[in-house]
Design a protein around this ligand. Sequence first.
Ligand code: UDP
Length: 335
Amino acid sequence: MAILVTGGAGYIGSHTVMYLKEQGEEVVVLDNLSKGHERAVDGVPFYQADLTDGKVLDHIFTDRDIDSVIHFAASSLVGESVTNPLEYYRNNVTGSHALVSKLVEYEVKYIVFSSTAATYGNPERTPIVESDPTIPTNPYGETKLAIEKMLRWCDEAYGLKSTSLRYFNAAGADPEGRIGEDHDPESHLIPIVLQAALGQREKVSIFGNDYPTKDGTCVRDYIHVLDLAQAHYLALKRMKESNESNIFNLGNGKGFTVKEVIDTCRIVTEKEIVVEDASRRAGDPAVLIASSQKAIKELGWKPVYPELQQIVEHAWNWHQNHPQGYKAGTVSLER
Ligand code: UDP
């Protein structure tokens, strides 16, 4: 039996693929490589195609013994989603609709869905629990929420079991430095700060200094990418045992301001990092902090790397050794 991982060549996808392989699972990757890197999944059966490519999906479900899917493939940038909402509806909602239709057709019973804290919008309280209101402030969160809802109705209608994992801010890299984060252009805070530490950019713009937080900058809950990977594995196992659909938050339950993140990067890298104040980024809520008690209790999930400093250390190790990301040098999953 194999697990199909869509978007498996992307940042969180590739770390999950590596983790699943290390647990002895058989994995097949589908990725259109619009953002992902084939090198990140070296040695894993790989199909380059869109989710809407019915022929390739037919081929995968006919030829491979797929019993479950972990679905990462999506557009995932808050700011971009605000300026280009139609692209987010096309890629995320239409893409997931095409995938889920094939799951129903081929009677694949289990899907773990990569959802997001952005489904909550501006939370009324922190830490956020799964039953809190979901009122997204951007099309990214809105499309992810639409897919969660589609999955719920697909359980009612077809018995397709789903687990939606609402991640907070994924960060870090494989502690052994084999794979890491590589977006072009980069838009996430920690890699941007580390690029500045490497001298690849002059300065870091801080998007908004007038939020109602302790230093005026946005607060986020950073979670190690391998701890997310672990949660996907546990969620899949639990869903198969219980045969129930579910939703879980995944974060460390601790919030850090943008300025605190930059300070942590300064400590880890021992480099000067020049910053400038910039205007708020559209669609950004002020504070997002998870309660992950449900995942801890029901999945037996326990983050292995909960400290921000260690998360940044692993990211820094990757960026220092792969300053051009996957472009230069050989990246291999072989130990
Ligand atoms: N951010 C920033 N400067 C940057 C990139 C991000 O100030 O160059 C802020 C962003 O506004 C947000 C936080 O850092 O408050 C985390 O942003 P990121 O894009 O890493 O993740 P997101 O919260 O969008 O998932």
